[in-house]
Design a protein around this ligand. Structure first.
Ligand SMILES: [Fe+2]
Length: 353
C-alpha cells in the first residue's frame, strides 16, 4: 500500500515550488532567468576573488625557462614566455582576474619580432644584461630592476646582442582588454623597427623635471619607456634615510607619468618599495590584486593564513581584498604592479588598513 509523503500534490508549498520550477523552465526558452535566484552571488557583500596567493621561485622558473631555449626560437614563438598561472585559475592565462604575467627569455642573437597591440605591457628585468627592447623608435638596453613600458598600440620588438640569456617578467592587461572584447594586434613585415632616438632619450626628455614642447600623445600612458633601476633605487634609499617609511608598504614610490602625475598606464600602476632590515609591516588590503617581485633581500609576506617566503627574483601574487603584511629579515626591495589605475578610473577601488 502506498505511503503518503509530505510533498503530496495538495501541499501548497509543493505547489508553489513546482510552479516556480515550471516557470523558470518556460522563461529559459526565451533566454531569461530570475535574478532572485542568483542575487547573492552576483552582488556580493564583499569582494570575492577566484585567485589564490601564490609564489614562483626564480630558481625553479629560471631552469624551466632555460629548458625552453632549444625547444623553440624566439622568432618561432613570437614571444618565448612561460605564463605564471594562478593555481586557482589554470588554463586561463591569468595571474589575477585582470592581469597576465609571464617570464620571457631571449637568447643571444635572437630577435622577438616587432608587433603592436591594444594591450599595454610592462617588463620588469630579472636576469641578464645587454638585451634591448625597442619601443616607438627608441631602443633601450635593459638591466636588472629596470621597468620598461610598452603602452597601448606602441610598436615593440626585443633583441639580444649580449652573450647571455636575458629574462624579464612581462605583465599585460589583456584579461581586462578581453573582458571588454576590444583586442586588436598588428604584425610588421620587418622583424625590427628603425630607431629614431637614442637610448635613454625618453627618460632624459620627460623624466627630469622638465618637459620638451613636443610631448607625444600616448593615450594617457607615460612617454618614458624605461624607468631604470639605477635612477629609482637611490630614491627609496634616500627615503629610508629620511625616515619616510610607511608602516604597511615601507619606503615606497609609485612610477608616474611625468606629464600628468598619474599612473604610467591607464590600466596598470607600479611601485618600488624598500623594506628596512627587520621591517614588520602592518596588515593591509585593497581591491587591486597585486603582483610582487623581490628585487633584493629576503623576507616573507603573510596573506590570510598563508606565508610566502621570498628571495631575489621570486614573483608572488596577492589576490584582491586579501589582507597581507610584509616582513623583511634583511633589507629588501619589492617591485609591485596592479590594476589599481583601472579600478580608480572606474571609481571602484577601495582599501582598508
Ligand atoms: Fe607584445
Amino acid at each position: 500500500m502506498a505511503v503518503a509523503t509530505a510533498s503530496k500534490p495538495t501541499d501548497p508549498k509543493h505547489n508553489i515550488e513546482a510552479m516556480r520550477e515550471a516557470y523558470y523552465e518556460r522563461i529559459s526558452k526565451y533566454d531569461m532567468a530570475p535574478l532572485w535566484k542568483v542575487m547573492k552571488s552576483v552582488v556580493t557583500k564583499e569582494p570575492v576573488t577566484h585567485g589564490v596567493p601564490a609564489i614562483w621561485r626564480f630558481q625553479d622558473a629560471k631552469a624551466l625557462v632555460l629548458e625552453s631555449g632549444p625547444l623553440i626560437t624566439a622568432e618561432e614563438a613570437e614571444r618565448r614566455v612561460l605564463i605564471l598561472e594562478n593555481p586557482a585559475m589554470r588554463g586561463q592565462s591569468k595571474i589575477t582576474n585582470s592581469m597576465f604575467a609571464g617570464i620571457q627569455m631571449i637568447l643571444p642573437g635572437e630577435v622577438a619580432p616587432a608587433h603592436r597591440h591594444v594591450s599595454s605591457a610592462i617588463r620588469f628585468v630579472l636576469d641578464g644584461k645587454g638585451a634591448y627592447t625597442a619601443v616607438e623608435g627608441e631602443k633601450t638596453i635593459m638591466a636588472p630592476g629596470d621597468f620598461v613600458i610598452t603602452s597601448n598600440w606602441a610598436p615593440h620588438d626585443h633583441g639580444n646582442d649580449s652573450n647571455e640569456p636575458m629574462m624579464w617578467l612581462d605583465v599585460l592587461d589583456f584579461p581586462m582588454v578581453n573582458f571588454f572584447e576590444t583586442s586588436f594586434a598588428e604584425h610588421f613585415d620587418a622583424a625590427t623597427q628603425a630607431t629614431s632616438r637614442g637610448d635613454g632619450d625618453s627618460l632624459a626628455f620627460y623624466g627630469s623635471g622638465v618637459l620638451p614642447d613636443s610631448v607625444p600623445d600616448r593615450r594617457g600612458a607615460s612617454p618614458v619607456i624605461n624607468y631604470t633601476y639605477a635612477r629609482t633605487r637611490p630614491i627609496v634609499e634616500r627615503m629610508k634615510k629620511a625616515g619616510d617609511i610607511d608602516k604597511r608598504h615601507g619606503a615606497r614610490v609609485r612610477y608616474v607619468n611625468p606629464v600628468t602625475g598619474g599612473p604610467v598606464l591607464p590600466t596598470m600602476g607600479a611601485n618600488l618599495a624598500l623594506l628596512p632590515e627587520g621591517f614588520k609591516g602592518e596588515p593591509y588590503r585593497a581591491t587591486d590584486g597585486t603582483v610582487f617581485v623581490c628585487v633584493e633581500g629576503k623576507g616573507t609576506t603573510k596573506v590570510g593564513d598563508k606565508t610566502l617566503e621570498w628571495g631575489p627574483n621570486d614573483v608572488f601574487v596577492v589576490p584582491p581584498w586579501q589582507r597581507y603584511s610584509h616582513q623583511a629579515s634583511k633589507e629588501s626591495v619589492l617591485f609591485s604592479i596592479s590594476d589599481r589605475p583601472a579600478q580608480e578610473a572606474l571609481g571602484i577601488w577601495r582599501e582598508e588598513h
